[in-house]
Design a protein around this ligand. Structure first.
Ligand code: THU
Length: 132
């Protein structure tokens, strides 16, 4: 299962549109039902409009009608492998829990394993926020 998820993230990375940073990223999400959804970063010449691979993968998952994340793989060429950016951590937290594994890998086979709770302690949640 792990190998399949890494392969899916690698394939997604190959479709990244990253002409500005030249830093292609692939992300693969496994849901509790066993389905896999992928995303690649999609950059834009208006730089802030760039979308990260993880966010595209979350969009694919939700579009397909799924709303829970069991595991995430992030694939890049960086050594050590990069972990999701801060914004992506919060986006993942919408559908994942603090124990959800986030496996960061690169094309040399190096791996870093985290939980979402390690990467984003105290994720923002509107349901726990005080409303006026
Ligand atoms: N990027 C991702 O796709 N995911 C991350 O978690 C970090 C950064 C992308 C965004 C941009 O296209 C490129 O990597 C360089 O920042």
């Amino acid at each position: 299962m792990k190998k399949k998820l890494i392969e899916a993230a690698k394939r997604a990375q190959q479709n990244a549109y990253a002409p500005y940073s030249r830093f292609p990223v692939g992300a693969a999400i496994r849901t509790p039902s066993g389905k896999i959804f992928t995303g690649a970063n999609v950059e834009n010449s208006a730089f802030p409009l760039t979308r990260c691979a993880e966010q595209i993968a979350v969009g694919a998952m939700v579009t397909a009608g799924e709303r829970a994340i069991a595991e995430v793989v992030v694939y890049s060429a960086a050594s050590p492998p990069v972990a999701p950016c801060g914004a992506c951590r919060q986006v993942l937290a919408e559908f994942a829990g603090p124990e959800t594994p986030i496996l960061c890998v690169n094309d040399r086979g190096e791996e870093r394993r985290y939980t979402l709770g390690e990467l984003l302690p105290e994720a923002f949640s509107l349901s726990s926020a005080t409303k006026t």
